[in-house]
Design a protein around this ligand. Structure first.
Ligand code: SAM
Length: 330
């Protein structure tokens, strides 16, 4: 059976049992997603409202879904289709949308390269959403002794979906349902990777502990999250973040640069093609920061480049060559 067929077949199987449970409970599709996965793992129908006949049919169907030998990446792709259907059907707002694979694969490549020498690596996403990005990155890391994953998410439905997805992929993860800008009970990590929420942070009181807050009015959540990444990185650790391209310009850019001079460095800015975004102001870049280490490092170039259309294999190959050269020189 080809990998392609497997992930599509797996999607069909999952979708069928999710639809059945959704119909029986009258819930949204996404609620039925995590309830289905919970039922599958518990081996029972946990919702008392489901009629015995339906419960029996569901349990029989669960038994036909055999994940034992299916690679985690195939399961992720099937689960991604399930989530895409649910996010569309339940009309989830854009700031909560899953990170697309085209972006996740580049971020995964970067995290793999940047942490290549760390045999036991811990990755942290402070705004993990459905977990799709962190799982995409995880599944791309090569030859490690251990990969520890940590995620924080403020939305209870999304954190449940991240938990369900990790279970489906048999990937251990530490998940916390809380504000990612609060005090977090986590040890310093090797890399932070995140597609950050863009916009204002409503908690002015909470923002007070951040250098990058606004002096008046609401602060920018994405800017505070950059600082939060530094708060939880080990010395010399990297943050690979999806951020508005204009974060490095104007007054915000000046303040961010001043902060970076104290705390670390800007390493890379990969601007995504305009065609991915509806408005020009919404254009984003993958930005890589590094936290200061105990030993000063020789200065090196910041890699700033515009990415081509991500489906243009030839141009992407040229970019990968440029990235490889940068990695070799730094
Ligand atoms: N990478 C995620 C994925 O693949 O599903 C998508 C992340 S989405 C663009 C941004 C996420 O930030 C949303 O899930 C949103 O609920 C979350 N978020 C917003 N404010 C937050 C906060 N203060 N703390 C933690 N998470 C937050």
């Amino acid at each position: 059976m080809s990998t392609e067929q497997t992930f599509e077949q797996l999607y069909e199987q999952l979708n069928q049992v999710i639809e059945m449970l959704k119909g029986a409970l009258g819930t949204t599709y996404l609620e039925a997603v995590y309830q289905t996965i919970e039922n599958m793992f518990e081996g029972e129908i946990k919702q008392a409202e489901v009629a015995p006949e339906t419960a029996k049919t569901l349990l029989t169907s669960y038994q036909t879904i055999d994940l034992a030998d299916v690679p985690a990446e195939v399961v992720r792709r099937a689960y991604q289709l399930v989530l895409l259907k649910g996010l569309r059907e339940d009309k989830v707002q854009t700031n909560h949308q899953m990170t697309p694979d085209s972006i996740g694969f580049i971020m995964g490549y970067l995290v793999d390269k940047l942490t290549a020498k760390t045999k036991e690596v811990t990755l942290f996403d402070p705004a993990i959403g459905t977990g799709n990005l962190l799982m995409t990155v995880h599944n791309q890391l090569k030859a490690r002794d251990a990969i520890n994953l940590v995620g924080v998410e403020v939305d209870d439905l999304l954190v449940s979906l991240a938990y369900a997805g990790a279970n489906l992929q048999s990937t251990p993860i530490e998940l916390m349902h809380q504000d990612g800008l609060g005090n977090l009970l986590i040890n310093p990590v090797d890399a932070v990777v995140s597609d950050l929420p863009i916009g204002y942070y409503p908690n002015d009181e909470g923002a007070k502990s951040f250098t990058l807050r606004e002096k008046e009015g609401h602060s920018f959540a994405h800017l505070l999250f950059v600082e939060q990444a530094f708060n939880y990185l080990k010395a010399d650790g990297y943050a690979v973040l999806l951020l508005p391209s204009n974060i490095l310009a104007g007054d915000v850019g000046k303040r961010l640069n001043a902060y970076l001079q104290q705390e670390g460095s800007l390493e890379m800015v990969l601007q995504l093609p305009d065609s991915l975004f509806a408005q020009k102001e919404a254009v984003k870049s993958i930005i890589v920061f590094r936290k200061k280490g105990s030993v000063a490092k020789p200065a090196h170039d910041v890699l700033i480049t515009q990415l081509p259309n991500l489906s243009d294999a030839k141009k992407m190959l040229a970019i990968i060559k440029k990235l490889e050269a940068w990695f070799e020189n730094t």
